[in-house]
Design a binder for this molecule. Structure first.
Ligand code: 5GP
Ligand code: ZN
Length: 113
């Protein structure tokens, strides 16, 4: 997908604050930083959303979610996480390249509802 921003990050065509990368997927900091350390895990191959991605890639991505969350817990002392994906505009999806949000939580007043 030529115009897809996450394909461009995956191909290193535009910069991202990458915190994990392998042949299948990549984790990088979300621009918005909803909370400190807010991270996105994406497949390198373009899939629009969770119902398009193949189960092998999805399983691998979830392993990476776990690895990255553990790293954030240790480094940033997060007390918990919201792990989620939005599918289609009606659910709030704005970038149509499948991604999983890892949103660290620090207190019940960290600004994320
Ligand atoms: P969605 O709303 O589709 O679930 O989430 C898209 C996320 O991508 C948003 O949290 C937004 O901040 C993030 N985002 C959009 N464009 C960029 C970008 O160019 N770089 C990074 N690192 N994050 C982006
Ligand atoms: Zn893409």
């Amino acid at each position: 997908m030529d115009s897809c921003i996450f394909c461009k990050i995956a191909n290193h065509e535009i910069p991202g604050k990458i915190i994990y990368e392998d042949d299948i997927c990549m984790a990088f900091l979300d621009l918005s930083q909803t909370t400190d350390g807010h991270t996105l895990v994406i497949p390198k191959k373009h899939f629009a959303h969770i119902l398009e991605v193949d189960s092998q890639t999805l399983a691998h991505m979830m392993e990476v979610v776990q690895k990255v969350a553990l790293q954030i817990e240790k480094q940033l002392h997060a007390k918990g996480f919201n792990v989620l994906t939005n599918m289609n505009e009606i659910a709030g999806q704005t970038v149509h390249h499948f991604h999983i949000h890892i949103i660290p939580r620090y207190s019940d007043q960290d600004g994320y509802q």
